[in-house]
Design a protein around this ligand. Structure first.
Ligand code: SF4
Length: 83
C-alpha cells in the first residue's frame, strides 16, 4: 500500500469539478457533506495536515478531509499548542 492508495476511494475524484473550492457558504456545506460520507476522510485529512504543515489559512486551499482551510489551520494551531 502506498501513501496515496486512499485516493482511489476519494468521493471527490468520482464527483469531480470545482466543488472542493466553493465560493459560497452553501457550496462549503455541500462539499463537507460529501466529505463526511467519504471512506477516505481520515487519510485525506492526515495528508492535508502533513502537506500544509506550517502554513496559515491564506496558503491552504479548498475543502480537504471535511474541513475548510481555516478549520485546518485552526486544527494545526491547536495541535502545535498542545504539543
Ligand atoms: S474527504 Fe478528502 S478525499 Fe474524501 S471527498 Fe473530501 S476532500 Fe475528497
Amino acid at each position: 500500500m502506498t501513501s496515496h492508495d486512499w485516493e482511489t476511494d476519494a468521493l471527490c475524484a468520482q464527483v469531480g469539478g470545482d466543488e472542493w473550492f466553493p465560493e459560497s457558504s452553501q457550496g462549503v456545506s455541500e462539499a463537507i457533506a460529501i466529505c463526511r460520507r467519504c471512506p477516505a476522510i481520515t487519510a485525506c485529512l492526515a495528508a492535508a495536515m502533513a502537506e500544509e504543515a506550517g502554513l496559515g489559512p491564506a496558503h491552504r486551499h479548498g475543502i480537504r478531509g471535511g474541513l475548510t482551510r481555516r478549520q485546518r489551520a485552526e486544527r494545526a494551531r491547536k495541535t502545535a499548542t498542545a504539543a
